[in-house]
Design a protein around this ligand. Structure first.
Ligand SMILES: Nc1ncnc2c1ncn2[C@@H]1O[C@H](COP(=O)(O)OP(=O)(O)OP(=O)(O)O)[C@@H](O)[C@H]1O
Ligand SMILES: [Mg+2]
Length: 249
């Protein structure tokens, strides 16, 4: 069966994309799924967070045609990873004049079939790399902090998804919005509650990801939080998210 391909997107920086890609991926793997993580961000935070520092082959090599995606994939604790690199900045520039510039990633995925899920950690922009991810995906997952300023960007993300759906990829759909860095002690403003209820209620996952220092510590140990501290809130929340995730058609 073909993999379900999911782009983890939010054009705002530091909203939990990389943390969600790694830990949802790890949780899905613990549930018995075969998972490939794609580090599409030139910051290469995902690769680093899983202990991959100087990979012999990166996604930039695959974009340039030097290597095949399958030959670049590494295994870390049962998870499969296609490493990123700062060279993805150059890739993006060289794509601009290419006729099929939005479809490179889609063509790469045609060669790797034996995964249940492919999760793509996108850069914090709606750049050509992100457009490649969206053109290649079945679904998008949006990590969202409950703050007025991050909500402002949500409409823009949903609008981009609609544009991609119309012009490049009619099968694309929003899988859901996951509330991250959730602080129970902080009362949400009624402005935020109302906005979410009126606009995106049906998309919000029941499982929220709480603020948890273990989630911030785990990358230093090159591990997902589920491997680093399975008893932490971070591990429990992402496992809960994975269980909910696989029940949504
Ligand atoms: N639930 C959480 N509790 C505590 N810290 C968190 C949580 N989620 C993420 N963090 C921390 O917040 C910071 C930003 O998270 P992350 O790197 O996942 O965001 P991002 O959206 O990938 O950022 P960028 O846009 O730069 O790629 C990181 O230091 C991460 O460890
Ligand atoms: Mg990131």
């Amino acid at each position: 069966m073909a993999a379900t391909i999911v782009s983890v997107i939010n054009q705002k920086g530091g909203t939990g994309k990389t943390t969600t890609t790694i830990n949802l991926g790890s949780a899905l793997q613990k549930l018995g799924k075969r998972v490939l993580l794609i580090d599409l961000d030139p910051q290469a935070n995902l690769s680093y967070s899983l202990g991959i520092t100087e990979p012999a082959c990166t996604l930039a090599d695959v974009f340039s045609g030097k290597d095949k995606l399958a030959d670049c994939i590494q295994e870390r604790n049962g998870l499969f990873v296609a490493p990123g690199t700062n060279d993805l900045v150059d890739v993006e520039i060289s794509l601009v004049n290419h006729e099929e510039r939005e479809r490179f990633l889609q063509h790469m995925f045609e060669e790797v079939q034996d995964f249940d899920y492919i999760l793509i950690d996108c850069p914090p922009s709606l750049s050509l790399l992100t457009v490649n991810a969206l053109a290649a995906s079945n679904e998008v997952l949006i990590p969202l902090q409950m703050e007025v300023l991050t909500l402002q960007g949500l409409g823009q993300i949903l609008n981009t998804v609609q544009q991609i759906k119309k012009n490049l990829n009619e099968k694309l759909k929003v899988k859901g919005i996951v509330v991250v860095m959730y602080d129970k002690r902080r009362k949400l403003s009624s402005e935020i509650e109302d906005y979410l209820k009126e606009n995106v209620d049906e998309y919000i996952f029941q499982q929220r990801i709480r603020l948890n220092v273990k989630l911030a510590e785990a990358p230093s140990f090159g591990q997902s939080v589920l491997d680093y501290d399975a008893a932490s809130y971070g591990a429990k929340d992402y496992l809960g998210l994975a269980k909910e995730f696989i029940t949504i058609p």
